[in-house]
Design a protein around this ligand. Sequence first.
Ligand SMILES: Nc1nc2c(ncn2[C@@H]2O[C@H](COP(=O)(O)OP(=O)(O)O)[C@@H](O)[C@H]2O)c(=O)[nH]1
Ligand SMILES: [Mg+2]
Length: 372
Amino acid sequence: MALKWFKGKKKSEVATPTPEEQEEQAPAKDDGAPQPATPNDTTAPQPPVPEPLPAQTASAPAPGDSAPASTGKGLFARLKRGLTKTRTILTTDIDQLFSGKRQIDDEMLEEIEELLITADIGVQTAMDLMDGIARKASRIQTPDALKQLLKQELQTLLANAAPPTDALQEKPHVVMVVGVNGVGKTTTIGKLAAREIHQGRKVLIAAADTFRAAAVEQLTIWAERAGAELVRHKEQADPAAVAYDGIEAALARGMDTVYVDTAGRLHTKVNLMEEIKKIQRTITKKMPGAPHEILLVLDATTGQNALAQAKMFNESLGVTGLVLTKLDGTAKGGIVISICQQLQLPLHFIGVGEGVDDLQPFDAARFVDALF
Ligand SMILES: Nc1nc2c(ncn2[C@@H]2O[C@H](COP(=O)(O)OP(=O)(O)O)[C@@H](O)[C@H]2O)c(=O)[nH]1
Ligand SMILES: [Mg+2]
């Protein structure tokens, strides 16, 4: 199917964001904030230099300061607001497409496909969706009917996404959290730990991101806030050793869950991917069967690049589940659909803010509702 989208810009793409949207801009990814200098300890081995972080990461925000009341409704509203862009594309523009037309023709199908791609659904996923829609197009007469059909098709694509299982068998249940820099790994660990502790579980966090002192400090703040125990070493320590000690401590103290925080790494850097595999092997050595989960954190505002990250991490480590953060920002929610369809990996949680309560189990039906 020819994609006019590649030739010309749609008005939906250049629509000016509402003041609300502008205010909600996610942290700039290109602020080029310099890495905090490593301390004068010249004897420490120099680690590979991680890619730059958003300034907020380095400054270790007091987690939860801006957290809203954690009512389910509040979170849904926030998710809905985060998906404003996508919703505008999928609803307003579909309405416009129908103005003055009585039924769906080829031109209109192309325009719908173009809309889906604009919503960050991705070319492949948009084409797959359109195949389903084209087959049923003759029965569709109104924008509402089309939206219904789109909803159904989206639900089918998202069927793959599973909320986290509550039945955790192993004790401790070891979860290694991985991803590129600044996606929200540390923040997500803080939120997850708080959640579990709230459910009465005992949680220990291993600070295996040893690249920068600031990273450990940030995690320490989160651990204190959540009420989790923390195992940390000196900056520049071997991350595998921290993970090992974390598991050992968790076994000794009867912890229910261990989260292993890891340094952000570009999925394309081979040596860093080898290092993270070593962390994984070391954990297994200490506790056969662990890590039980490899949770990959992806930033929704990076759009289709998240797919490339997921593929690489999955090949190296065997990812068991995903967390998609920053859906409260300027993200175009279509990426969720693309990820679920193309990766065949379960999406466990979505992040909808920087506060401790801003994490929700992914619920496909709710998500699709928020889109329309
Ligand atoms: N708006 C928003 N910001 C988030 C979310 N998750 C994390 N962040 C922010 O993203 C930045 C990087 O997070 P951090 O946890 O340090 O990322 P890490 O490098 O992967 O550990 C911080 O400023 C976080 O507050 C989210 O769901 N929404
Ligand atoms: Mg971190």
